[in-house]
Design a protein around this ligand. Structure first.
Ligand code: T4K
Length: 407
């Protein structure tokens, strides 16, 4: 239970010695629950059947529901999106170098590195936070075999530009659509672009399987290959025809995914309501920009993304995050500091940041705020009030923060 105090009447921020706005930590990524009773019913059925994993009936049902929703021929459900990416990369026989955005969750790069393929980091488009197509072409070498675009925050990347570059250089394209389930691009559902696309159904995603992921594709042969790879390469009892791994989704995870899908429209409505409330609460604050979603397209609104422009705002992103965290609002600095500044890439390419100015800027400016069914409009109002108050008291906040670091 989250108890919000009325910060609008509180002059004193917690960072300045006031009471906490929230008694309990308010996380980014608090799971949406779906219908608890329906979930329990499905779990009971799993127990009755004694069929726990290995392509069980609920996994099959989940795959069919995803296929229908996305309008795609195949959904191959997996244990998480990282393994799903690895399997997609291997099934497509990518090798050598693959171009990826530097501004993404580290799993995008690691899924390549794990298979001894070199991720080559492209810079970002400042307006969309997605890979900047114009930076891709100059990174292509004779070793390049593919491009992985990421639909960051569920906002589609420029698939047309990426795919035309790929066609010109005979490269394969995969999309990391971890954030983009339920979203569309030019009226076509995400999941229908590139050779295949990968969704995440991690607990923190708006639709979750506790842990889960999937690759979707319209390519029959690719789907068949990935199904084999997901299950050690078994094509029936005692018959292994391919090197594979264990990427299977369990029945209990599929049950959660189905319950989550049942609640999908309610969850999107809650996210959208929160996004609207943040827009009202953060309006007219210099240097504070809430990223908007294109409401003419289908969106899941699962990330509340704020750019803090320190040349215009009274506090910078790190200062605002510190203020919020002191109030128990655990705002996140996704995807700071950028993949190129994490190991092993930081050691491989110590000067990569010189070629990634937009990634550097985004990593320094962005904060992600709590949303989802666990957050209500009053909570959003309080969070916005904290931000407003902190900006209006920036000299005192700065003094308190520097005192904290010197102690
Ligand atoms: N590609 C992209 C572009 C991605 O963003 C991701 C994952 C992937 C690929 C790989 O997908 P998976 O292999 O995970 O399916 C979180 C998520 O763990 C991660 O799935 C997600 N992206 C990323 C953007 O966010 P962390 O390390 O920042 O946060 P985490 O998992 O500790 O959770 C955040 C907060 O949520 C926690 O501090 C507390 C709260 N929480 C979390 C869990 C798991 C809960 O309240 N309950 C929970 O059960 O990565």
């Amino acid at each position: 239970m989250i108890i919000a105090l009325d910060k609008s009447k509180v002059e004193m921020l917690a960072i300045l010695g006031g009471a906490l706005a929230f008694q309990e930590p308010l996380h980014v990524g608090r799971p949406n629950l779906g219908d608890r009773e329906m979930m329990m019913r499905r779990v009971n059925e799993i127990f009755d059947r004694r069929w726990f994993t290995n392509d069980g009936p609920l996994v099959k049902e989940f795959e069919t529901r995803v296929q229908e929703l996305v309008g795609v021929k195949h959904c191959v459900a997996m244990c998480n999106a990282t393994i799903a990416l690895e399997i997609a990369i291997r099934a497509l026989e990518l090798r050598g170098e693959v171009i990826v955005p530097a501004y993404t969750f580290i799993a995008t790069a690691h899924a390549l590195q794990w298979q001894e393929i070199t991720p080559v980091f492209a810079d970002m488009d400042l307006a969309t936070h997605n890979i900047a197509p114009e930076t891709i072409e100059r990174l292509i070498t004779p070793r390049t075999s593919g491009i992985i675009g990421v639909h960051v925050w569920g906002r589609p990347c420029d698939t047309e530009a990426i795919e035309s570059i790929a066609a010109k250089h005979k490269l394969k394209v995969v999309y990391d659509a971890a954030h983009a389930f339920g979203c569309s691009h030019r009226r076509r559902m995400i999941g229908n672009f590139g050779a295949c696309e990968v969704f995440s159904f991690h607990a923190t995603k708006f639709i979750n399987c506790f842990e889960g992921g999937a690759v979707v594709t319209n390519d029959d042969a690719l789907a068949g290959k990935m199904r084999l790879m997901r299950n050690f390469g078994f094509a029936g009892y005692d018959n292994v025809i391919y090197p594979g791994t264990n990427g299977k989704l369990t029945e209990v995870c599929a049950a959660m995914g189905l319950s989550s899908l049942d609640a999908m429209e309610e969850i999107i409505a809650a996210n959208r309501r929160n996004h609207d409330a943040y827009r009202v609460g953060l309006r007219d604050l210099p240097g504070i920009l809430l990223k908007e979603y294109d409401c003419r397209e289908r969106r899941n609104y699962q990330y509340i993304v704020v750019e803090v422009d320190e040349t215009k705002a009274a506090l910078n992103r790190d200062e605002l995050v510190a203020v919020l965290q002191a109030e128990n609002v655990l705002a996140r600095k996704y995807f700071w500091p950028g993949c190129h500044r994490m190991e092993p890439y930081k050691s491989f390419y110590p000067n990569a940041h010189l070629l990634l100015p937009h990634t550097e800027k985004l990593a320094a400016q962005i904060m992600v705020l709590p949303t989802g069914q666990a957050v209500d409009a009053a909570t959003v109002q309080t969070i916005c009030e904290i931000i407003r108050t902190a900006l209006s008291q920036s000299p005192a906040v700065r003094a308190a923060l520097s005192k904290r670091t010197s102690n």
